[in-house]
Design a protein around this ligand. Structure first.
Ligand code: TYC
Length: 107
């Protein structure tokens, strides 16, 4: 970034305009876990630990939030990472014959 120097020749005015370069930030996506009546609580806790690196105590808390409120954000990632997490969770749940649902949403 550059601002004009108020003491430099030819700029005898106190009006300064700072230029704000447009920084490009990639869009972020929330990964959501949805409640259902059948997936065992321990399985959800295990999923949170395994695919999101969340510690046991926190995983129990998040699982209970989903259980009580219907859903919770379990992480925020770039599109590709979020998509990978959703796929991993959905595949793992399916392989274990649980109806657990995981989705993503632009932040
Ligand atoms: N509601 C489930 C039960 O009572 C537990 C559960 C929690 C399921 C979170 C899904 O994302 C979920 N066994």
């Amino acid at each position: 970034m550059s601002t004009s120097d108020p003491k430099s020749p030819g700029s005898g005015t106190s009006l300064l305009t700072k230029t704000r370069p447009k920084t490009q930030r990639p869009p972020l996506y929330k990964v959501l876990l949805l409640n259902d009546d059948y997936t065992p609580m321990e399985f959800v806790v295990h999923v949170l630990e395994r695919f999101f690196g969340i510690n046991h105590q926190q995983a129990v808390e998040i699982m209970l939030t989903v259980h009580r409120k219907g859903l919770a954000v379990v992480g925020v990632f770039s599109f590709e990472i979020a998509e990978t997490k959703v796929t991993q969770v959905m595949d793992y749940a399916r392989r274990n014959q649980h109806p657990l649902q995981c989705t993503m949403e632009k932040e």
